[in-house]
Write a protein that binds this ligand. Structure first.
Ligand SMILES: *[C@@H]1O[C@H](CO)[C@@H](O)[C@H](O)[C@H]1NC(C)=O
Ligand SMILES: *[C@@H]1O[C@H](CO)[C@@H](O)[C@H](O)[C@H]1NC(C)=O
Length: 512
């Protein structure tokens, strides 16, 4: 992905410069030719007029004067190429202004070329700055919680305290044995986004051939717990059953058991420092990609404990043998029960590999894309060409997992990264996962899990329709304004816009 982005960047700039040069030079040749070959510039005041008069000459019927001018110009441009443009030099802002400037000042060829260079550099800087601010706006659009979702959370929390129905036990007491019954299909989801969680659970159950065999374990943070509970209590999805748990309700999740909390807190501290003063810690010299990475490293999405929760599945569900873990930015479109039938050949994690396959951009992820191979700890321990795989929809064999040291490895590397001041990798929870699960991954068929709907506008509709699970990984989540409009309907069709809470929070179906 990095290489691709660099290549695109390069060709974009090349084209941009070529266009600029053509736009500036051609009229200039007209003007210069006019000055050299016509008696007096005054007779012809518009470019059009000059062009009409000079057209025939430039098209080859004139003398070789114009060719000489072009050659001279090339030479001068080459000469001034290494000269610094003074910071305070006033340059034209637009093409029209440039022409006006040329007409009104009798520049020699050298000054002309110099002003041309200065103008182009200034425009290039402006372009970079505007791309940077576009990136910045997009980032804040991506991490800001939309008003509607915030409202939903508040109203449902309120409902939890005022309405006994919203507090009713989930699942009802007589169904509790099912929560650890391995003859059912157990799904786990961790989220603090009620609407997103609702879409994942609803779509899974709707797509299932045996919804009565589904048990959903929804894990959320302490703050969101009452609202999440209200939602699933008021919108039961029988015959499937849904359990809602807050991280505070798992006795096992203590600071001693989970040293990762420390890393999370450190990252949080770094984040508030960063967000409090973001203009100081990023500079215009950053390329948009480095800049975006810096911002993203500080996003709550990447620092929440819910993101690390999947590494504790064997401890959090001691009675379960196999679970499917879903991210909250997926939609399930097919019956998933045959995932339980896949022979994982003793491996722990059934996942889709992301280093080969249809989409050359989304599916080109190797270790080098996630880790800093300039760091000796990484370079000495891992292979840059090793294939990566995806989180989002994984089938985990918890019995096999319990016989491994996956969790310890995970902790070890999260701490190494913390001690190295986050220089081993920047983003999130997949990199330590890639390390911890090495040798424990069983590749499953890519049609199970289609990635990239949140950063790839070009995702083609037929493959979206065919995929068992679609994953809006990337910034353009379907519940945000910056979601890709043509991909949103696959998500919104699982939202009930006539639900009273959704209506009262003015969450509206996006208009195409
Ligand atoms: C990668 O590691 C090297 C060596 O420790 C370090 O100097 C560099 O800053 C790291 N790069 C990033 C992007 O963290
Ligand atoms: C959507 O919500 C309305 C109002 O709560 C309800 O009557 C309707 O049955 C729901 N539709 C679906 C498909 O769940």
């Amino acid at each position: 992905m990095k290489l691709k982005a660099a290549a695109r960047h390069f060709s974009y700039r090349t084209v941009f410069h070529t266009v600029l040069i053509l736009a500036f030079l051609l009229p200039f040749v007209f003007i210069l030719t006019a000055l050299v070959t016509l008696e007096g510039f005054n007779k012809c005041s518009s470019l059009d007029c000059l062009g009409r008069r000079l057209g025939p000459r430039l098209l080859g019927r004139g003398n070789d004067g114009s060719m000489r001018i072009v050659r001279d110009l090339y030479r001068v441009l080459d000469e001034i190429n290494s000269e610094e443009v003074p910071v305070d030099l006033k340059v034209p802002d637009s093409f029209d202004e440039f022409i006006w400037d040329m007409k009104n000042n009798d520049y020699d060829l050298r000054s002309f070329a110099f002003r041309l260079k200065a103008t182009m550099e200034s425009m290039d800087r402006e372009l970079r700055t505007s791309r940077l601010s576009e990136q910045l706006n997009k980032h804040y659009a991506a991490i800001a919680i939309p008003k509607g979702l915030h409202c939903l959370s508040l109203r449902l929390t309120d409902e939890y305290s005022s309405n006994a129905l919203a507090r009713k036990q989930l699942p009802p007491p007589e169904l509790i044995p099912r929560l650890s019954d391995n003859s059912y299909f157990h799904f786990v989801l961790a989220s603090d986004n009620i609407l997103a969680a609702s879409v994942v659970v609803t779509s899974t159950i709707r797509s299932s051939l045996k919804p009565g065999r589904i048990v959903f374990h929804v894990i959320t943070d302490k703050k969101t717990y009452p609202a999440m509970h209200s939602w699933f209590a008021l919108n039961p999805l029988s015959p499937a059953i849904v359990e809602v748990k807050g991280v505070h309700q798992f006795d096992w999740l203590t600071r001693e058991n989970v040293p990762v909390f420390e890393a999370i807190e450190t990252q949080h501290a770094a984040r508030s420092r960063f967000h409090g003063n973001h203009l100081a810690s990023t500079s215009v010299g950053d390329t948009p990609r480095v800049f975006a990475a810096k911002l993203q490293a500080g996003s709550p999405t990447y620092t929440s404990v819910l993101n690390h929760i999947r590494i504790y599945l064997p401890e959090l569900f001691p009675g379960l043998n196999k679970v499917v873990f879903l991210d909250d930015d997926v939609v399930v479109q097919r019956d998933l029960s045959s995932l339980w039938g896949i022979d994982l050949a003793g491996k722990v994690n059934g996942a889709v590999e992301t280093c080969r396959g249809g989409d050359a951009w989304v599916m080109s992820k190797r270790f080098r894309n996630y880790f800093n191979f300039s760091h000796p700890l990484i370079a000495n321990n891992f292979d840059a060409a090793e294939c990566a795989w995806a989180y989002g929809m994984n089938i985990f064999d918890l019995s096999a997992w319990r016989k491994t040291t996956i969790k310890d490895k995970y902790h070890h590397w999260v701490k190494e990264n913390l001690n190295s001041d986050f220089t081993l990798w920047r983003l999130g929870t997949l990199p330590p996962g890639l390390i911890a699960f090495r040798g424990h991954v069983h590749p499953i068929d890519p049609s199970w899990h289609l990635l990239g709907l949140g950063y790839q506008e070009k995702t083609d509709i037929p493959s979206v329709q065919k995929a068992a699970v679609i994953h809006y990984n990337g910034q353009s989540k379907p519940w945000l304004d910056i979601g890709f409009k043509h991909l949103q309907p696959f998500w919104t069709r699982h939202v009930n816009y006539s639900n009273e809470f959704i209506r009262n929070c003015h969450i509206m179906e996006p208009q195409l």
